[in-house]
Design a binder for this molecule. Structure first.
Ligand SMILES: NC(=O)c1ccc[n+]([C@@H]2O[C@H](COP(=O)([O-])OP(=O)(O)OC[C@H]3O[C@@H](n4cnc5c(N)ncnc54)[C@H](OP(=O)(O)O)[C@@H]3O)[C@@H](O)[C@H]2O)c1
Length: 252
């Protein structure tokens, strides 16, 4: 089945590490022309080289998604250097381990501005381009099981991911008429830098043992879902879905 991905312009945030790095590589492999966005530009430059060496096309963009002005400028830069955005993967995210009573305003802002505000305004900038150019775009928001069931000591993170899921429904409802499909992936525990420190702790070991199959996922476990949601024909009818990929955790 044709994916419709080859030649499409994709923007992936948080492409400097973890899931975002993997998503960018997979989209490039599928033939997308990929803009890689994050704050650590040295890492982006390395990934850009890697993608080019494998015959793909990529550009690196310095971006702090919590800065709405920078978000708008980055979307405009992608349009100017590559063309209008057809695929957006809103993946950049941060978390803080804190009890609710310890959360300061700065903690709240750091998590909500990155995970929610940045994702909203980048999707808006991308959707404006899609609408203007009549592109049947694909927006994939990276949520979390924390958006479905709160995680302990991660209140603002859980709240941001629950709101991101609802944002996905709002976007699907309003932008569907323009041919844009907006969906979310809500992963369970996947081994990346975000989880690495925690996994070396006693609590981390206990957590893995408590998982339904006593194992964490790997970034590649999300490849198929990502490609499906970024595709054209195969995902035509999928709009407003929050797809959980958690190895059965929420069902346990
Ligand atoms: N790993 C898991 O188990 C898991 C589970 C559920 C959901 N998720 C979600 O998946 C996404 C990726 O997580 P991950 O595990 O890959 O985390 P990670 O390894 O810590 O990577 C996070 C990425 O987000 C970027 N980022 C953070 N703040 C940013 C900002 N202000 N502006 C631009 N980029 C920013 C980082 O890049 P720079 O630091 O270079 O800017 C980095 O590339 C997140 O949204 C996370 O909530 C992860």
């Amino acid at each position: 089945m044709e994916s419709g991905i080859p030649g499409r312009i994709a923007l992936v945030t948080g492409a400097s590490a973890g899931l975002g790095r993997r998503f960018a590589g997979i989209l490039a492999q599928a033939g997308a022309r990929v803009a890689l966005a994050a704050r650590r530009t040295d890492r982006l430059a390395a990934l850009e080289q890697e993608i080019r060496a494998a015959g793909g096309e990529a550009i690196a963009l310095a971006l702090d998604v919590a800065d709405v002005g920078a978000v708008r400028a980055a979307a405009a830069e992608v349009e100017q250097r590559l063309g209008p955005i057809a695929i957006l993967v809103n993946n950049a995210g941060v978390s803080r381990q804190q009890r609710l009573e310890e959360v300061e305003e700065a903690d709240w802002d750091a998590v909500l501005d990155t995970n929610l505000k940045g994702a909203f305004f980048l999707a808006q900038a991308a959707a404006r381009q899609m609408i203007r150019h009549g592109i049947a775009g694909r927006i994939v928001n990276i949520g979390s099981i924390a958006g479905e069931r709160p995680l302990g000591r991660q209140g603002p993170y859980s709240i941001s991911k629950a709101a991101l899921a609802h944002m996905t429904h709002c976007m699907a409802r309003e932008w569907g008429r323009h041919g844009i499909n907006t969906n979310a992936i809500a992963p369970g525990y996947i081994v990346t830098e975000m989880a690495e420190d925690f996994l070396t702790t006693e609590a981390g070991h206990r957590m893995v043992q408590s998982l339904p199959r006593q194992r964490m996922g790997e970034p590649r476990d999300l490849d198929a879902l990502l490609l499906l949601l970024c595709s054209d024909g195969p995902a035509r009818f999928i709009n407003g879905s929050v797809m959980v990929a958690d190895d059965g955790l929420l069902s346990a």
